[in-house]
Design a protein around this ligand. Structure first.
Ligand SMILES: Cc1ncc(COP(=O)(O)O)c(C=O)c1O
Length: 438
C-alpha cells in the first residue's frame, strides 16, 4: 500500500501482534488499544470513531447538585435502595414532560447506569414464567448487552432488522414470539450502532405483539431525545420521544444520564417500569423469592444483590438535571445537537469518497444525524474496511460485533475535533487512490 498515513509495516505488525483470528470481531477496547499503540509508535494522530464515549462537558447543573449533596455529608450512609424521593419524583415528571407517558415515582428506579438497568431487567424478566427464558435482541445492538446475557448464563436470540422494517416487522417478530420462550425483547431507539429510529407504526407492532404474547419490551433510551429531525426538547409539548409505552403496559424504559447529560462517569440512570408491570406478580418470582411483584423483586432482590443501591450524589445530580430540563431552564437537547452537526459533516466527507451509509433510512425518511452512523465501501467486507482504515489513522468498529448482517462499520462522532474534518478528507483522498472504486 502506498503513502499510507500510518506506516504500513508497523501497523501490520501491531495488528498481527493481537493475534485476532478474525479482525472484524475485534472489540471496541481492542481497537482502542491498537490505535493508541500506533499513535504512540508512529506519532500519527488517529481520528477515533470507535468509542461511544460522550465528548461534551457534563451538565453543570448536575455537577453543582452533586457537590452540594456530598458536602451535606450523605456519603456516610447507604442510599435508600428504592432511590432518593427527589429523583423518583423528577424522573416521573421528566418522563411526562418529554415522553408524555405517566409512570408513578414509585416505579422510577435509579440504577448505576443503563448497563445495570438492562442487566437487572434481563435477569428479572427471565425469572417470571417457567419456560420464558430467552431474550430477543432486535439487532443491530449494543454488544455488551449480549455479554450480560452470557455472564448470567441466559439464552438469547436475535435478528438484524435491516430487512424487516415497516410491514415486514410483524411477521418476523411473530416467528420468534410464537414459540413462547421469549421473556423480553430489547432494542435501542435511536439505535446504537445504526442510528435508525423505529416509527410509531413499528412501535405499535412491537407493543401489540408484547400484549399478544405476554412478553416484556425493554426499551433502551440511551440516546434519549437525540432524533434531531424533530424538536424533542420542549417540556410538556409535542413532539415527544417516541415510545412503545403508547401501545403496551408490558414495558421497561432505560433512561441513561450518560449521553443526554454527558454524565457517563458517574454511572447513573433510571429504570422506569410501567405502573402495571411494576405491581404485577409472576409465578416464577413468587416461587423463587417467596413473594413480591415485578417492581419489588427488581429493587429489593436483584438491585440489592447487585449494588445495594445507587450512589446518593449521582442521584441528586440526575434529579437536578431532570428538574431543570422539565422546568425549561436547561435545554439539554440543544447541548447534544453538536453530535448531529458532526455526523452531517462526516457523512458528507465519507460519501464524497465513495462510501455508503449502510442503515440510511427509516422507511421513506433519511435517518437522523446523531451520535453514530454506519458506513461501507464497495468491494470490502466490514472486517477488511476496519483493518484498511487503521493504515489511514481512522478507527471504527465492524458491524459484525453488533448483530448486523451488513458489511460495514459503525462510526461514532463523539471524539471528533474541529481540525479533523480536513484531516479525514486528506486521508480518504489517499485511501481512494489506493482503493479505486471499479
Ligand atoms: C444502546 C446503549 N445502551 C446502554 C448504554 C450504556 O449506558 P449507561 O452508561 O447508562 O450504562 C449505551 C452506552 O454506550 C448504549 O449505547
Amino acid at each position: 500500500m502506498k503513502n499510507t498515513p500510518v506506516d504500513y509495516k508497523i501497523a501490520k505488525e501491531v495488528i498481527d501482534s493481537y493475534k485476532l483470528s478474525h479482525f472484524g470481531k475485534a472489540t471496541i477496547r481492542e481497537v482502542v488499544a491498537i490505535s493508541s499503540q500506533l499513535e504512540e509508535l508512529t506519532n500519527v494522530e488517529f481520528i477515533h470513531m470507535e468509542m461511544g464515549v460522550p465528548g461534551l462537558k457534563p451538565a453543570q447543573v448536575g455537577v453543582d447538585a452533586e457537590i452540594k449533596a456530598l458536602q451535606s455529608g450523605i456519603a456516610s450512609v447507604y442510599p435508600n435502595i428504592n432511590g432518593a424521593a427527589e429523583l423518583k419524583k423528577e424522573a416521573s415528571r421528566f418522563i411526562k414532560a418529554f415522553i408524555d407517558i405517566d409512570i408513578d415515582p414509585e416505579c422510577c428506579v435509579p440504577v448505576t447506569g443503563s448497563m445495570q438497568g438492562t442487566y437487572a431487567s434481563f435477569l428479572t424478566c427471565g425469572q417470571c414464567v417457567d419456560g420464558k427464558d430467552t431474550i430477543l435482541f432486535i439487532d443491530p445492538g449494543f454488544p455488551v448487552q449480549k455479554q450480560q446475557i452470557v455472564v448470567m448464563g441466559y439464552k438469547y436470540e436475535s435478528f438484524d432488522v435491516y430487512e424487516y422494517r415497516g410491514e415486514k416487522l410483524q411477521a418476523k417478530l411473530e416467528e420468534y414470539l410464537k414459540k413462547g420462550n421469549i421473556a423480553a425483547m430489547i432494542y435501542s431507539n435511536p439505535n446504537n450502532p445504526a442510528w435508525f429510529c423505529f416509527t410509531d407504526k413499528e412501535l405499535k407492532v412491537i407493543g401489540e405483539l408484547a400484549n399478544k404474547y405476554d412478553t416484556i419490551v425493554i426499551e433502551d433510551l440511551a440516546y434519549f431525545a437525540m432524533d434531531f429531525r424533530k424538536d424533542l426538547g420542549t417540556p410538556f409539548l409535542p413532539p415527544y420521544q417516541s415510545t412503545v409505552a403508547k401501545y403496551t403496559d408490558n414495558y421497561i424504559m432505560q433512561i441513561s444520564g450518560s449521553k443526554a447529560f454527558s454524565y457517563a462517569g458517574q454511572r447513573i440512570g433510571v429504570t422506569a417500569i410501567s405502573n402495571k408491570l411494576y405491581h404485577r406478580s409472576y409465578p416464577g418470582l413468587t416461587q423463587r423469592y417467596g413473594g413480591g411483584t415485578f417492581g419489588t423483586v427488581y429493587i429489593h432482590r436483584v438491585l440489592y444483590a447487585l449494588s445495594s443501591g445507587t450512589s446518593h450524589s449521582a442521584q441528586f445530580a440526575l434529579a437536578a438535571m431532570f428538574k431543570a430540563a422539565s422546568d425549561g431552564t436547561f435545554d439539554f437537547v440543544s447541548e447534544v445537537k453538536e453530535y448531529g452537526l458532526r455526523a452531517k459533516r462526516l457523512k458528507e466527507i465519507f460519501k464524497n469518497h465513495g462510501f455508503k451509509i449502510v442503515y440510511d433510512h427509516d422507511l421513506d425518511e433519511p435517518i437522523a444525524d446523531g451520535f453514530y452512523f454506519t458506513i461501507s465501501y464497495p468491494g470490502m467486507t466490514g472486517s477488511e474496511l476496519m483493518q484498511q482504515l487503521i493504515y489511514y489513522g481512522i478507527s471504527a468498529i465492524s458491524l459484525e460485533t453488533t448483530g448486523s448482517n451488513q458489511e460495514g462499520l459503525r462510526a461514532c462522532t463523539s471524539f471528533i475535533k474541529d481540525h479533523q474534518y480536513k484531516l479525514l478528507n486528506e486521508r480518504l483522498n489517499i485511501f481512494n487512490e489506493n482503493h479505486p472504486i471499479v
